[in-house]
Ligand binder design. Sequence first.
Ligand code: CP
Length: 336
Amino acid sequence: MVTQLKGKHFLTTDDWTKQELDTVFETAFDLKRKFALGESTRYLQDKTLFMMFFEQSTRTRNSMEAGMTQLGGHAHDLTPDKMQLSHGESAKDTAIILSRMGHGIASRNCFYGIGKDYLAEMAKYSTRPVMSLQDDVYHPFQGLADLMTIFEYFGRTPKGLKVTVSWAYADTHAKPLSVPQTQALLFPRYGIDLTIAHPKEFPLSDYIVEKAKKNAELGGGSLNFTNDMDEGIEGAHIVIPKNWGGFGNYGIQEYLDNEEEISMQMRTDLEKYHDWICDERRIKLADKNVKLMHALPADRNHEVTDAVIDNPDISIVYDEAENRLHTAKAIMALTM
Ligand code: CP
């Protein structure tokens, strides 16, 4: 167990050793048990977390705010319109000032080519831990909740477990790459055999795939890709249908210079793949005891049918969502 985590930033699980992550999971399981028993866990009494959300959120915002309350502290729920950053105040000045007034900073900024760098800039200047609540590249809190849920259903050593993350159609905004990229980086470190299925127009970023393959080698898992959703799901113990935008096709500068044109191209590409849905036919291709996971919100009847996501024998999405609370509390209690 690693106990020297006070002050450590949490921007990606990739910056945390497996031993450190194991400490987080042990803490999360302990906090979950205490939550169920109604035991007090006021480890952050009188402490303040500043949360800055550049985008909407249900699970992340509430797991952090409820988590801080349950840990005895308080979270400020900030949005750009409430802050001087809407008038151009820098990430550096914001980080220095907030870190002098409280004990942690957490932010969600998913703008492609901007979010991760914004958080890194805050971390550079903050004297308190900075946490990513999702950016354009990583969603580390989601990765922790996913893995905790996998441990609960399949045991703490999921070596050889077949997990499939499949791109799926969605009728909403172009979602960031951060969820599948975090899963690609994290799951194989625990011995999981991860398959990522996606249409050729919706790849992950090359540098993340390269790093994820190295992680798989070290962790004893594997990482495979297919452009066929059926093939990807065949025999899987866990299926995670998830839409993401075609950002991985474009360099950051290329995207920032041609945002309107690229967004239109991504929309055109998206419309070719309405049939990429996790439905009852496809879920039958998986292992007979398959579980369905999803970070939520789900684009119901586009990414996954109601019949699959509402099937209590298959779907564990609400356990996964609840685990956002326990893992968030673990990171905050250990780092703040
Ligand atoms: N999974 C997730 O991050 O959900 P929210 O967008 O509601 O926070």
